[in-house]
Every structure is written in C-alpha cells, then in structure tokens.
Write a protein that binds this ligand. Structure first.
Ligand SMILES: [Zn+2]
Length: 72
C-alpha cells in the first residue's frame, strides 16, 4: 500500500496517509483535521518514508549525474 503526502485544500493541514490508489482516486482519504476530502498530493516533500525506502533500495550508481531522480 503506497503512502501519500497530502495537503488539505480546505484547511491546509499536511499529513501522511497510507491508502490504496483507488482510495485516493475516489477521494476516500479525508483530512484528519477537518474531514475534507479535497486533498493535494505533495511530491516535493521528502520524509521518513522516502529515507526508509532508499535504505532498502541501493542508490542509483549514476546519482552523481542524475541527482538520484532517475528512479532506478
Ligand atoms: Zn482539512
């Protein structure tokens, strides 16, 4: 189950939620603060989930060239 960094469009609350892709698409994820389901996905924010994932996955050998964003 993927994790999402989400921001509430209503109150601006930022939170992390684990949800199925279908749940996100169907707007079944709700803001824990106000209950609004109008959420933006935050892509730029790197968090604990990301660092855990990079511990499992070897860094791209070309990361000095690509900046580690080629998702190898
Ligand atoms: Zn909210």
């Amino acid at each position: 189950m993927p994790f999402y960094d989400l921001k509430c469009s209503s109150c601006g609350e930022e939170f992390n939620a684990a949800a199925k892709i279908s749940e996100r698409e169907q707007k079944l994820i709700k803001c824990p603060k106000c209950g609004c389901n109008e959420l933006e996905t935050i892509f730029s924010k790197v968090n604990i989930i990301h660092s855990r994932k990079s511990a499992e996955t070897p860094a791209c050998p070309n990361s000095h060239i690509c900046g580690g964003c080629c998702h190898h």
